[in-house]
Design a protein around this ligand. Structure first.
Ligand SMILES: [Zn+2]
Length: 404
């Protein structure tokens, strides 16, 4: 089958863009259909606009946009008002990709529709708002999180789609074997602290959800989370959200939730002294605690934790495992990076996790106690993991450098 024929199959980019309906020729040249060439012909929006017409176009257009973005595996849809019109972009495998323009008139109605479905104030454009669209109202596989923000050219709306990790457990994450084994060991403990680190979009939430699925499957343990916000509802787990506006921050929530008799408590993020101290104390008093902390490395986690908590011995004895992770794009299995219709000509399809971990033994504990953080180092490192993935032909050096 030629690449052009494949590109005409349902589910592949050409159909995605509604090109057949618009009669854009795809045959005769032998060129590979790429994201770029298709975007030049008007983008996803052009195809959808041709499909959805009439006075009531906005609801249909939004539903189709969400469905197509979901099918392409996008994590987010970005709608940026530019005066009366709006630019639409998708985040695909972590990379922002232009999807075309919503014309004036329609753009405002689509934004209004998003806000209506998310139960936001439709007339409010000068302050940020957060909401959620029920999956039944928009036709996606999971609920959609909505965040608006006023910009100098008009409102910006981000729709976060949740997909891809529905049933993932720790073994499905693709962690390097050492890290996977360390996480599995941790989950069997009855107390201790697991700290995940990595920038936004490095898959920390996916890893935590995989841990939770594994813990919930065992039964018999009371598992509670406090998240900001809850991104996915998981069966068998008591999930709660912070509400900073009402004073319910991570520290306050965790303090109260510990009285709900949890055996496992997930605290979305440690970003202040009180949360750090509550997490450490809970981990030392018979609770399994999982949280995240902003730091660039395993060593950085200990440094940051020490800046929040003067009690080095609590840090040394409570911290069972530190996991530092990144996501990089995976080379397309169909063309090994050459570019084919299956990967939309980008050479990449899907993502790959890079990770380093540290399960402190006596040596690391002593370094923490003496605040000699410079001696703390994960082995193998994140860079070693990246080199290994490149050597295995799974990704490229440039992609690893971008990810680190
Ligand atoms: Zn390919």
């Amino acid at each position: 089958m030629s690449e052009l024929t494949r590109a005409n199959e349902p589910g592949v980019w050409s159909n995605w863009l509604g090109l057949r309906q618009r009669g854009v020729p795809l045959s005769g040249t032998g060129t590979i259909v790429t994201k770029q060439t298709l975007m030049e012909s008007g983008g996803l929006m052009a195809g959808l606009l041709a499909e959805c017409t009439g006075a009531e176009a906005a609801p249909g257009l939004l539903a189709r946009l969400a469905a197509e973005a979901e099918r392409a595996g996008a994590s987010d849809i970005h709608i940026q008002m530019r005066g009366e019109a709006a630019e639409v972009r998708l985040r695909l495998d972590g990379v922002m990709t232009d999807a075309g323009v919503l014309p004036s008139g329609l753009a405002e109605r689509v934004c209004g529709r998003v806000k209506f479905l998310a139960r936001l104030k439709t007339y409010q454009e000068s302050l940020p708002q957060d909401g959620r669209i029920d999956k039944a109202d928009i036709g996606t596989a999971a609920d959609v999180r909505v965040a608006t923000y006023p910009t100098v050219t008009g409102e910006k709306i981000v729709l976060r789609l949740f997909q891809g990790d529905q049933e993932r457990v720790v073994g499905d994450l693709g962690l390097p074997e050492g890290a996977r084994a360390a996480v599995s060991r941790f989950l069997k403990q009855s107390s201790g602290l697991l700290l995940l680190t990595g920038p936004a979009g490095s898959g920390k939430t996916t890893t935590i959800h995989a841990c939770l699925r594994e813990l919930a499957a065992e039964k018999g343990r009371h598992i509670i989370t406090v998240e900001d916000p809850v991104e996915r509802v998981l069966p068998g787990i008591m999930q709660t959200e912070v509400n900073e506006a009402r004073g319910l921050d991570f520290a306050c929530a965790a303090r109260h939730l510990l009285r709900q008799d949890p055996q496992v408590l997930v605290i979305g993020e440690i970003r202040d002294e009180s949360t750090a101290q509550i997490a450490l104390r809970a981990a030392l008093t018979g609770h399994l605690i999982i949280s995240t902390l902003h730091a660039g490395s395993c060593r950085g986690v200990f440094e940051r934790l020490s800046s929040f908590c003067p009690d080095a011995s609590a840090i040394a004895s409570a911290t069972s495992l530190v996991l530092n992770q990144r996501l990089v794009r995976r080379l397309c299995r169909g063309c090994a990076g050459g570019g084919c219709p299956g990967c939309l000509g980008t050479g990449f399809a899907g993502r790959l996790v890079l990770a380093e971990f540290l399960a402190p033994g006596d040596e690391v504990r002593n370094l923490v106690l003496s605040r000699e953080f410079r001696g703390i180092r994960a082995e193998p490192t994140l860079a070693d993991c990246g080199r290994e993935r490149v050597a295995a032909g799974l990704t490229t050096e440039a992609e690893v450098l971008r990810g680190l």
